[in-house]
Design a protein around this ligand. Structure first.
Ligand code: AMP
Length: 603
């Protein structure tokens, strides 16, 4: 490949105890938006970030879709490409003017269904244009949008539709038939299902409406009603160690963070072609796969196909992608192929690369330099934070393996929980503790839907406790250590062990199930289950296959266990809770730690 012209960073050199990729200001191809981290951090105020936005005309509030679409459609960018979709064998471009008209149709169609503001509109599809239009249109109509991962199986889908009190589901005809139709009786509150047909109108499925017909009948002149910045806008499900999935709610004010982090952490400039590889079924694919680039007036590239290194390189080259936001599992898969796969390619448009979602190993950061002439910039955030909180920036030295430093306006700390329920700050460098954020940034979740107690549990005083263990070094860089709880990160997808255990327990042969994340060189972790069978059932290969198949059918392949081991009994506390920590320690051959609460322990 041709190396990108001038952004080549210096070599990694040990400094301050950690290797460092030094960023020489003179080498930057474009002046980074965040040119002086220390000064910007010091002088920052949220009013400055709000000033990047427009607000609804006549002081009517703040609406994400206005910032992402209508304000650009009314300005000099109206006829530039806002969304470029690369489908399987097809392409479609939308200018901002097109996006305004098409999202207006969706808003008009939703309004004609008689929805109240705040009604929950779920969207579930692959990365197809209609999904993006549905999200933007629903935001215009002041509905609360919940994107659902289309690779979920029927059980996670039904549970989220139930908990989220979905009134509308926009999905494809194929997904509906495969995953939702049979569960419809469980979902009485789901009043409207809108089906996107394969290349045209959906066939008449009882109890559904056809997207194409609805859009044809809808008008393109929708005016966004007054929207309070605190009006609910987005609902994203996430998982905890126990219990049902939690619906984190975000408000229209979150767009302040989306726009600001797009500028500072992803260094978006007006002529960029931006590609976020995440699926909108997960928070990254919404905050950065839809809102942040559009709010910054940047061309947003959407690629329908799943990961394949060669076709991704084709996209980078052909589409002249300048800013690329991807994930560690994909980077590791590309590394495996080696740099030879990049030979002869012209990636000279590529200027900045970032990664999120799971730990990015230092080798992967450095491989970026070898393969693309620049490091992958790791950044950190969560469903609950709504936007990037900690990042490596274009103009700041990168320490491979570190998540970087907090965004301007974000106060991050390493805390230890005290015995009296309070917290104290760990100030010594490179000492482990829980990563915490001072409450108050615009995209912070406003609650877990109908789960006040679980929401409160996230806070100690004014600190939001992230559930991640981390360290901070002497230069203020944060280093990820691991999760403080049992949730699993597999290929960047957060999976709650309880949801997997519950699905296994539904099988008539299963007496007990315990689920852990088992380290995996490619996926970060894979889901592994330990199962004790009921008397009369034999633990053999046929049973293993039967349970793997059962779980895959209920949960979908992204969530289902990849491995199942049988045990006569699972280790439990005296109160009957399965000790996943112990299952994991034994699986990995690690010390068992404190087992004073262990009750039964037959392996
Ligand atoms: P989610 O809410 O699904 O986005 O998952 C958030 C979790 O992913 C965090 O709490 C971390 O455990 C993990 N995570 C996200 N970004 C990173 C990163 N850059 N390094 C390590 N872990 C990360």
């Amino acid at each position: 490949m041709k190396p990108p012209a001038a952004s080549s960073p210096g070599a990694a050199a040990p400094l301050g105890g950690h290797a460092r990729i030094v960023k020489a200001a003179a080498a930057a191809r474009m002046r980074p938006n965040l040119a002086d981290y220390a000064a910007t951090y010091r002088d920052f105020g949220w009013d400055k970030a709000r000033a990047l936005l427009d607000g609804l005309p006549n002081g009517a509030g703040l609406n994400i879709a206005h910032e992402a679409v209508d304000r650009h459609a009314a300005g000099p960018r109206a006829d530039r490409t806002a969304l470029r979709w690369i489908g399987r064998g097809r392409e479609r471009d939308f200018t901002w003017r097109d996006l305004r008209a098409e999202s207006n149709r969706v808003a008009d169609a939703l309004q004609s269904l008689g929805l109240r503001p705040g009604a929950r509109v779920f969207v579930m599809a692959g990365r197809i244009p209609e999904l993006y239009l549905a999200v933007l249109g629903a935001l215009k109509a002041r509905c609360v949008v919940c994107p659902l991962f289309s690779a979920f199986g029927p059980e996670p889908i039904a549970m989220r539709l139930e908990i989220g009190e979905a009134e509308v589901l926009v999905t494809t005809e194929a997904l509906y038939r495969r995953k939702v139709e049979a569960l419809r009786p469980r979902l009485p509150q789901l009043r409207h299902v809108v089906l996107i047909g394969e290349g045209g109108a959906a066939t008449a499925v009882p109890g559904t409406r056809d997207w194409t017909a609805m859009m044809a009948a809808a008008g393109t002149d929708f005016v966004i009603p007054p929207t309070d910045p605190e009006d609910l806008a987005l609902l994203h499900f996430t998982s905890g160690t126990t219990g049902r999935p939690k619906g984190a709610v975000h408000v229209h004010e979150a767009v302040v963070m989306h726009a600001m982090t797009g500028r500072y952490a992803l260094d978006l400039h007006p002529d960029d072609v931006f590609w976020c590889t995440a699926d909108p079924g997960w928070v990254t694919g919404t905050s950065y796969g839809i809102i942040a680039p559009l709010a910054n007036g940047v061309t947003n590239l959407v690629v329908e196909a799943e990961f394949d290194a060669q076709s991704w390189y084709d996209v980078l080259e052909r589409e002249r992608v300048s800013v690329w936001y991807t994930a560690p599992t994909a980077i590791r898969m590309m590394m495996k192929l080696g740099t030879a796969a990049l030979a002869g390619r012209d990636l000279s448009a590529l200027r900045f690369m970032a990664s999120v979602g799971e730990p990015l190993n230092p080798e992967a950061v450095l491989w970026g330099v070898e393969a693309f002439g620049m490091p992958f910039h790791d950044n950190w955030w969560q469903t609950e934070t709504g936007g990037i909180m900690i990042a490596n920036y274009a103009a700041m030295d990168v320490k491979p393996g570190s998540m970087g430093r907090p965004l301007p306006g974000v106060t991050a700390a390493i805390l230890k929980r005290d015995e009296d329920g309070g917290v104290s700050e760990v100030t010594a460098p490179m000492q482990e503790g829980e990563l915490a954020l001072k409450a108050g940034w615009p995209s912070m979740m406003r609650g877990y839907l109908n789960e006040e107690a679980r929401y409160r549990k996230c806070f100690v005083g004014n600190w939001y406790m992230t559930g991640d263990l981390a360290m901070r070094d002497e230069d203020g860089y944060f280093w990820f250590v691991g999760r403080a709880d049992d949730v699993i990160k597999s290929s960047g997808h957060l999976i709650g062990p309880f949801e997997v255990e519950s699905a296994l327990m539904e099988h008539p042969a299963v007496a007990e199930a315990g689920v852990i994340g088992k380290p995996d060189p490619m996926a970060g972790e894979i889901v592994k289950a330990f199962v004790a069978l009921k008397p009369g059932h034999e633990a053999n290969e046929a049973m293993r296959r039967e349970l793997l198949g059962h779980a895959r059918k209920r949960l979908g392949s992204a969530v289902a266990p990849k491995e199942i081991d049988f045990r006569a009994n699972l280790p439990k506390t005296r109160s009957g809770k399965i000790m996943r920590r112990l299952l994991k320690a034994r699986e990995l051959g690690l010390p068992e730690g404190d087992i004073s609460t262990l009750e039964s322990d037959e392996r």
